[in-house]
Ligand binder design. Structure first.
Ligand SMILES: Nc1ncnc2c1ncn2[C@@H]1O[C@H](COP(=O)(O)OP(=O)(O)OP(=O)(O)O)[C@@H](O)[C@H]1O
Length: 252
C-alpha cells in the first residue's frame, strides 16, 4: 500500500501579470481526501492543476515554489512530466473518455507505459473497472464505445482510466458537478472507497459534498489560503470569519 502524500510549499501561480495563487503551502496526506473550496475565481483549479504540472500547457502561466512527493520536487525542470502524470492522475469536471472502446480507454495508459501482454492488460482493465465500481455494468460490453455510457458511467470510466496506471495521488476538479444526484452519490461512494489506497485532492463548489467526502478542507479566497483544518472543525467551528461566511452561504 502506498504511503505517498504531497506537500506544496510557497506555491504561486501567475498568468502573465496576474497572480492567481499566492504563496500557498499545504500538505496532503496519503489515504485521505482533502477538499479545496472557495468562491469562483479564487484559484482552486489553478492550484490543483499545478500539482501535476497541467499548467505547463497554458501559455503565459508561470509557477514558483515547490511541490514535493517524497524527496522529489516535481516543479524541478528535471522532472519527467509523463511519469509525473502517471503518479498523479487527474479527473476533470466533464467526463472526457477517448473515442474508443471501454477496454481501450483503460488499456491505453498501461500500454503507453510499456505493458503489452494481453493477459496482463485484461487483468488491469478488470481491476480498474472493479475499483471504479463499473465492472458489473460494463463487463459484457468492454469492446463497445465508451461514448455510449451515461455521463456518470463515463466519469467512473475516467476514474478507472486514471487508476489503471497505478497513481499515488488523484486530483479531481469538480468531478460530479456535471452529473445527476444518483451519479453524484456513486462518485462520492467511490471517493470514499478509493481513499483507502490513494491521496485524493478534490475541488468542489458543493459544501455538502466537501463535508461528506473529505477529511480535511482548505478554504481559498482571492488566490490565498484562508484556512486549512479537519473538515469537521471547518464546517462546525471555523477559526476565520470569512470561512464561516462562505460556508454558511453568506457569499460566493
Ligand atoms: N488560462 C488562464 N489564463 C488566464 N487567467 C486564468 C486562466 N485560468 C484561470 N485564470 C484566472 O485565474 C484566477 C483563478 O482561476 P481558477 O480557475 O483557478 O479559479 P477557481 O477557484 O478554480 O474558479 P472556478 O471555481 O470558477 O473554477 C481567475 O481570476 C481566472 O480568471
Amino acid at each position: 500500500m502506498q504511503d505517498v502524500g504531497l506537500k506544496a510549499k510557497n506555491l504561486s501561480v501567475f498568468y502573465g501579470e496576474k497572480q492567481a495563487v499566492k504563496d500557498i503551502s499545504l500538505d496532503f496526506n496519503a489515504r485521505q481526501v482533502t477538499a479545496l473550496i472557495g468562491p469562483s475565481g479564487c484559484g482552486k483549479s489553478t492550484f490543483l492543476r499545478s500539482l501535476n504540472r497541467m499548467n505547463d500547457l497554458i501559455p503565459g502561466a508561470k509557477i514558483t515554489g515547490e511541490v514535493w512527493i517524497g524527496d522529489q520536487n516535481i516543479l524541478s525542470p528535471r522532472t519527467d512530466v509523463v511519469l509525473l502524470r502517471q503518479k498523479i492522475g487527474m479527473v476533470w469536471q466533464r467526463p472526457n473518455p477517448f473515442h474508443k472502446s471501454i477496454y481501450e480507454n483503460i488499456a491505453f495508459g498501461p500500454r503507453y507505459h510499456g505493458i503489452r501482454d494481453k493477459k496482463k492488460l485484461d487483468e488491469i482493465v478488470e481491476q480498474s473497472l472493479r475499483k471504479a465500481a463499473l465492472w458489473e455494468e460494463t463487463k459484457d460490453r468492454l469492446h463497445k464505445s465508451a461514448l455510449a455510457l451515461s455521463g456518470g458511467q463515463q466519469q467512473r470510466l475516467c476514474i478507472a482510466r486514471s487508476i489503471a496506471v497505478r497513481p499515488d495521488i488523484i486530483l479531481m476538479d469538480e468531478p460530479a458537478s456535471a452529473l445527476d444526484p444518483v451519479s453524484t452519490a456513486k462518485i462520492e461512494e467511490l471517493i470514499a472507497e478509493l481513499k483507502q489506497e490513494y491521496c485524493i485532492i478534490i475541488v468542489t463548489h458543493n459544501m455538502h459534498q466537501a463535508a461528506r467526502v473529505s477529511d480535511r478542507t482548505a478554504f481559498f479566497l482571492m488566490g490565498e489560503l484562508v484556512e486549512f483544518d479537519q473538515t469537521d472543525k471547518m464546517f462546525t467551528n471555523p477559526a476565520n470569519q470569512q470561512t464561516s461566511d462562505y460556508i454558511s452561504g453568506r457569499f460566493g
